[in-house]
Ligand binder design. Structure first.
Ligand code: UCC
Ligand code: FAD
Length: 588
């Protein structure tokens, strides 16, 4: 076919064609699974009221918040050590958009919603849905909100002291003038995973009942926060401290005093990070920081574990939301990009790629909602024993599994835009950079896999019994639905394999359990998500797509721990071979 030659690149012209960019729509209205889930689970009155608020918020994200998030990426924080006259000021300078995010968070009740409990047990789920919509547009302000929520949870569970009640009011208010955010300072140079042996910070008792903290915190995110929770070792009258976890106590402190001066803190430097650059993360010298002891002595780790539960759930929110966002943008783009004679949405191989991502994102979403539902029940004293065991088990599983999914899905998502996915000014590369942290902070994948084992051992297996009962219950309704029979039978088989594995594992030593921990956690995640898919697809209001997603999910190896065990992957021979191949020297 001959085209009329228009000399498209002559003189100042740079060609006629410009690709339409993907546009962000109202993320609440565009999410069919979210709509279905809420319709299925929320009482109609709650659905009506909360639904309207979520739709309004979805539009505010498009009109205002998303561009603030982008500004945070483009104007990262910096540290001013000295004022013009040489005085040490250690001021973290953040951009106006970051400061506005704090106002928005208070106005929208992004923490408050969960503690007001206006909708009883559903308040927590609604808050989490709101954060799920907010997260990819938040310019990483979701991080301080996670820790703020975690601190509020710890105070709610521990606090009777006046100072704590005051702080709780600040953390959970909707008034932007009064709203505080919190940090979570756990990591020191010797260890962020092994906090029990890594913490060198010491706490000296003062005559007025407070403590002074001395130490060095190696990672502190959102260091512009108003308060923090942190760990230290109380020094006894002889000047001794207890080593290990039994020596750790939890402290509360305010970062600045009433005059705005830092409370015995020197900000040494801001971290130079791969991603999350919007977020100030600092190294801090604690040099006589005034703090309140808020846990019994030696109960620091156990007491901060409530915060870990909440922040790990927020991590799951960020992971599930990141996947959803990249998919929604990629599908928008696929309906605008025309190659090889058709839109890319009309190339079946591209659709298959996106469908695979879609199934991953939906699975993560269903697991997130399950955890949110269980947390809501626990917080309103409506959780059964089974619910509580499940919440304990599924929290680390959801964090570790969805973090890995997010990196893979967002990476694939960038590829959906071809070369443009790699271009900074599209905003897409930042999504991948920010996803990488999801498997590191708040406990790495291995540490959380070991936490899954901790929950099994501590409950003497009750968390696993709860898992099996709940999984089985979720499959009950689907057994006689033809479109779900294949998925159901694969899940029943996987459950049986997992049961067989746990019986065998019980007879092997700790080394075996440790080596299998990650595959074990993945198996629990894959099976439980499969059950959630089937359960959702068996609902009377479900669509054909729901059954199809269940089927696609269940095609994979649902119980990799059993498969690997059959290959001898957890034997002591395998452990020494693992070491050998990692450290193999070149024969030359
Ligand atoms: O990374 C951080 C902030 C990043 C910025 C915020 C992002 C938020 C999300 C954003 C979304 C965008 S803050 C640092 C986070 N650090 C970690 O996650 C630490 C990772 N390491 C671990 O989790 C370890 O497993 C430790 C530190 C918990 C291990 O400590 P121990 O002391 O060696 O372990 P033990 O002896 O097993 O546990 C001590 C007590 C026990 O209670 P008792 O004494 O009653 O038996 C445990 O049962 O603590 C209890 N415990 C728990 N309880 C330990 N872990 C848990 C848990 N997960 N849940 C309940
Ligand atoms: P290490 O513990 O040294 O781990 C190194 C590797 O060893 C990991 O792959 C780990 O999985 C593996 N490993 C360790 N132990 C075991 C084991 N027993 N079995 C198998 N594998 C194991 N911390 C805070 O307290 N507050 C913050 O605000 C904060 N913000 C952060 C912000 C960012 C951007 C980042 C990157 C980190 C932040 N952290 C913060 C620190 C973070 O929580 C830790 O980096 C993380 O918990 C890992 O600890 P580590 O760096 O000491 O790694």
């Amino acid at each position: 076919v001959l085209e009329e030659l228009k000399m498209p690149f002559s003189h100042a012209s740079i060609g006629h064609f410009f690709q339409d960019q993907p546009r962000l729509g109202n993320q609440f209205l565009e999410d069919s699974l979210l709509q279905g889930y809420l319709k299925r689970h929320l009482p109609p009155v709650v659905l009506e009221e909360a639904g309207q608020d979520l739709e309004r918020f979805g539009q505010r994200l498009v009109d205002e918040i998303d561009s603030l998030g982008r500004e945070c990426e483009l104007n990262p924080p910096h540290l001013k050590h000295y004022d013009a006259w040489g005085r040490r000021v250690d001021q973290i300078i953040t951009c106006p958009a970051w400061q506005k995010m704090k106002v928005v968070s208070a106005e929208e009740g992004l923490v408050a919603e969960a503690y007001e409990r206006k909708y009883s047990s559903w308040s927590r789920l609604i808050q989490i849905v709101k954060l799920y919509l907010y997260s990819p547009s938040s310019g990483q302000f979701n991080c301080p909100l996670a820790m703020t929520d975690g601190a509020a949870k710890v105070i709610e569970s521990l606090g009777t002291q006046d100072a704590l009640q005051d702080a709780f009011g600040h953390l959970t208010t909707r008034d932007p003038e009064k709203f505080w955010t919190s940090g979570q300072w756990m990591t020191e140079r010797k260890g962020g995973s092994d906090v029990a042996h890594g913490t060198e910070t010491v706490a000296h008792a003062q005559a007025d009942g407070t403590y002074k903290l001395y130490g060095y915190k190696w990672f502190t995110s959102a260091t512009d926060s108003d308060m923090t929770l942190t760990l230290g070792r109380v020094v006894d009258a002889q000047g001794h401290v207890l080593k290990g976890t039994k020596g750790l106590t939890l402290f509360y402190l305010e970062v600045r005093d009433a005059k705005g001066q830092l409370n015995g803190i020197e900000i040494q430097r801001l971290k130079d990070k791969l991603g999350t650059r919007q977020l100030p993360t600092a190294e801090l010298l604690l040099d006589g920081v005034k703090a309140l002891q808020i846990s019994p002595e030696g109960r620091g780790v156990a007491s901060i574990s409530n915060m870990l539960t909440i922040t790990r759930i927020h991590n799951t929110i960020a992971a599930a939301a990141g996947m959803r966002r990249v998919l929604n943008l990629a599908r928008e783009y696929a309906s605008k990009r025309f190659v090889f004679g058709s839109l890319i949405k009309d190339h079946p191989l591209h659709m298959q790629t996106m469908a695979h991502m879609e199934v991953q994102a939906r699975g993560a979403f269903l697991l997130l909602m399950e955890v949110a539902r269980l947390l809501g029940l626990k917080e309103t004293n409506m959780a059964t024993e089974q619910d509580q065991h499940l919440l304990r088990l599924l929290t680390p599983i959801a964090k570790l599994f969805t973090g890995k999914q997010a990196i893979a899905v967002i990476s694939e998502g960038l590829e959906c835009f071809g070369g443009q996915g790699y271009m900074e000014d599209t905003g897409l590369p930042a999504m991948l950079r920010d996803a990488q942290v999801l498997t590191i902070w708040e406990g790495t994948t291995n540490i959380l896999s070991l936490d899954v084992l901790r929950s099994v051992v501590k409950s003497q297996g009750q968390v696993l019994s709860a898992f099996f009962s709940s999984a089985q219950e979720k499959l009950e309704a689907s057994s006689n639905i033809p479109s779900l029979s294949q998925s159901t039978s694969r899940l029943l088989q996987a459950l049986q394999n997992l049961k067989d594995f746990t019986k065998k594992a019980g007879m092997r030593g700790n080394g075996f359990m440790e080596l299998s921990a990650r595959d074990f956690a993945y198996s629990l995640a894959k099976i439980y998500i499969g059950c959630l898919f089937v359960d959702h697809a068996a609902w009377a209001g479900a669509t054909e797509s729901d059954a199809y997603c269940a089927k696609r999910w269940c095609e994979q190896d649902l119980c990799p721990v059993n498969t690997a065990e059959a290959f001898g992957c957890y034997s002591s021979d395998a452990a020494s071979m693992d070491r050998q191949i990692v450290y193999e020297k070149s024969p030359l």
